[in-house]
Design a protein around this ligand. Structure first.
Ligand SMILES: Cc1cc2nc3c(=O)[nH]c(=O)nc-3n(C[C@H](O)[C@H](O)[C@H](O)COP(=O)(O)OP(=O)(O)OC[C@H]3O[C@@H](n4cnc5c(N)ncnc54)[C@H](O)[C@@H]3O)c2cc1C
Length: 294
């Protein structure tokens, strides 16, 4: 299937441009500064406590990717978010081919600005067990039934300190260093065996391109929800909002999510029916209704 309205962008070009536009519009971006917890007064948000001190505000949006559930648990809130590892490879520049991106069950590809291709597994991902996986196991049964053959299960996180590591610190006081500071970037080692399979499948599918040579490989953790649908909602603490669980689609839908959340927090009509994205779907007895795959 070809969808001509699809677009693609290089993250390392697009994200700094979005950040620059936000700054032009008056946003202050502070990097390398973890939020350790909320500052609450009479049960309402009164600010955040960061590693550089306290900031007063009456609204906070938790959009912490794979760290969101750990952050929320610090405040007694349970969000059934887990994460899976996605591994990616970059090829050296290769002969021209039609400027289309594609995906099947085995591999996904897209052309890069530098003439190479970005290759990734089409559906296979690595899952690492941890306390949250045990805690939320029941909610993920429908997804496991569908995806089990595509999920490589590992007994523990790739390194200490991952969001759902067995030994990751889950309780702290806001004057202590937190897991968010100890691991500022989630940077797991890629699954090289899987990437080799992806590379071979790519070469078989597009033999006219000739052999591929990989320039580099990397991986990241994709945060998921039991139904692979994000949570875009007010949280059960006055002034707290959540936009997370983008389930592998956040680069594409992130700007739209930002606009919807800004409207929601300002009290304006968000312009979309957000019922599907409510947090309470995991606690109000609703059946897990799986959305698009990641
Ligand atoms: C290999 C790979 C390929 C992908 N490919 C695609 C794709 O082709 N298309 C697509 O649409 N999506 C893709 N995604 C998914 C996309 O990258 C994510 O959905 C998106 O980045 C999620 O955005 P986010 O803002 O929710 O979280 P993140 O991008 O993870 O941002 C959260 C930020 O919050 C910070 N943070 C966490 N905790 C704290 C704290 N306590 N204090 C301060 N800061 C904190 C983190 O450091 C991080 O910078 C891919 C992901 C991976 C890993």
């Amino acid at each position: 299937m070809v969808t001509p309205s699809d677009a693609r962008a290089e993250p390392f070009v697009a994200v700094p441009m979005l950040a620059a536009l936000a700054e032009q519009a008056g946003v202050t971006i502070v990097e390398n500064c973890a939020v350790r917890g909320l500052d609450l007064a009479a049960g309402k948000v009164a600010g955040v406590v960061t590693e550089q001190g306290r900031l007063r505000c009456d609204q906070v949006l938790v959009a912490a990717g794979a760290w969101s559930s750990l952050f929320l648990r610090h405040h007694g809130l349970s969000l059934p978010q887990l994460s899976v590892r996605a591994s990616v490879a970059q090829t050296l520049p290769m002969p021209d081919m039609p400027e289309i991106s594609g995906v099947d069950d085995v591999f996904a590809w897209r052309r890069r600005l530098d003439g190479g291709f970005t290759l990734a597994a089409g559906a296979t991902h690595d899952f690492f067990c941890g306390p949250d996986a045990v805690r939320h196991f029941g909610k993920y049964i429908p997804q496991m039934r569908r995806d089990l053959s595509q999920t490589q299960i590992h007994p523990r996180a790739p390194a200490p300190g991952f969001p759902d590591g067995w030994l990751t610190q889950r309780r702290w006081s806001n004057d202590q260093e937190t897991p968010f500071e100890r691991m500022r970037i989630l940077n797991p080692v890629p699954n090289r065996v899987l990437l080799r399979r992806v590379q071979m499948a790519f070469e078989r599918a597009l033999p006219d391109l000739g052999p591929t040579r990989l320039l580099r490989t990397w991986a990241g953790m994709i945060d998921v929800m039991p139904d692979t649908v994000p949570v875009l909602d007010a949280a059960p603490i006055d002034g707290l909002y959540v936009a997370t669980g983008l389930s592998g689609h956040g680069f594409g839908i992130g700007p739209g999510v930002g606009r919807v959340m800004a409207s929601l927090m300002r009290g304006d009509a968000p312009g979309h029916d957000l019922t599907r994205f409510r947090w309470s779907r995991f606690t109000d007895g609703s059946k897990i209704d799986i959305g698009p795959t990641f």
